[in-house]
Structure formats: C-alpha cells, structure tokens
Design a binder for this molecule. Structure first.
Ligand code: SF4
Length: 151
C-alpha cells in the first residue's frame, strides 16, 4: 500500500460520519444512542460526526424491531448511503426482535434480512460505551476493506 493510501486511510478512519434510523423501537435504544451522540461522551474527540442525511453517512446505526412499513424504506435508505458504508444493529430488537418477536406481533426482525449488517451491539438497551466501542472498532475496517477492494 502506498504512503498516500495509508495517509488517506488514517484520515478517513478518524472522520466517521454516522446516521441513525429507528425502524420501530420502544425508544429505550433511542435514548442510549442519543446519549452516546450527546456532549457527555464528546464523540468528536474520536472524529465521529452525526448526520441526518444518509448521503453524508459512513455508518448507519439501526434501532428497533423492524415494522413492516420499513421493509421497503430501509433498503432504499441504505442504497442512498455512498460507499464505503456499514450498518450496525443497536440493541436486541434489530438482531432478533427481542420482546416484540412473538407470533401475534408484526415485526420483521432481524434487519439483516433487509440490509447487510456488519456489527451487532446486543442489549436491551446496550450502553453508550458499547455503542461507541462498536463504531470505533468497525470504522477502520470499513475504510480499509473499501480501499483494498478498489485496488
Ligand atoms: S432492544 Fe430493548 S430497549 Fe432497545 S428498542 Fe428493543 S425493547 Fe427497546
């Protein structure tokens, strides 16, 4: 790998743009994600920036048990995110449906059936430190893999 490429990877891995989407949660995970992105954890010290626009995102945080209304919308939103990109399932709901996964409920979990999920953060809800740790450990691999695929 050239020096320029290495510098580029280092810079990009320290400039992580995240976007989050709630596809049907109880709001428990929303609160933890918002706490993670709030000033208390000072995420900009790690080079993490929050966007509501998927076109500016690198990492999509998905929260919730996936209601049928999201079955088409989530893949469409995923397509709008430019490469390199990755999705993280936050909480038990997008991983398994959690408490909503019963025969008489209308949830379509797991979200991995609809978009590729690169990492999962289990918990009901997970802690902000676990969410932060998942973003920081995933981001460098996303950029590295993308550059290697392009070569
Ligand atoms: S994982 Fe638990 S806290 Fe998070 S949305 Fe599902 S039920 Fe709520």
């Amino acid at each position: 790998m050239s020096l320029l490429q290495r510098v580029k990877n280092v810079v990009r891995s320290r400039s992580i743009h995240v976007c989050f989407v709630d596809v049907g949660s109880c709001n428990g995970c929303d609160i933890e994600v918002l706490a993670t992105l709030a000033p208390r954890y000072d995420i900009e010290q790690y080079g993490i920036y929050v966007h509501n626009n998927p076109r500016e995102a690198d990492i999509l945080l998905v929260i919730g048990a996936m209601t049928p209304q999201w079955e088409d919308k989530l893949p469409a939103l995923w397509e709008r995110i430019p490469e390199p990109k990755a999705a993280i399932a936050i909480g038990n709901c997008p991983i398994s449906g959690c408490v909503f996964q019963r025969r008489d409920t209308y949830v379509s979990a797991p979200v991995a059936k609809f978009i590729p999920v690169a990492a999962e953060v289990p918990g009901c809800p997970p802690r902000p430190t676990e969410i932060l740790s998942a973003i920081l450990s995933l981001a460098p691999t996303v950029f590295k893999d993308f550059e290697e695929r392009r070569r």
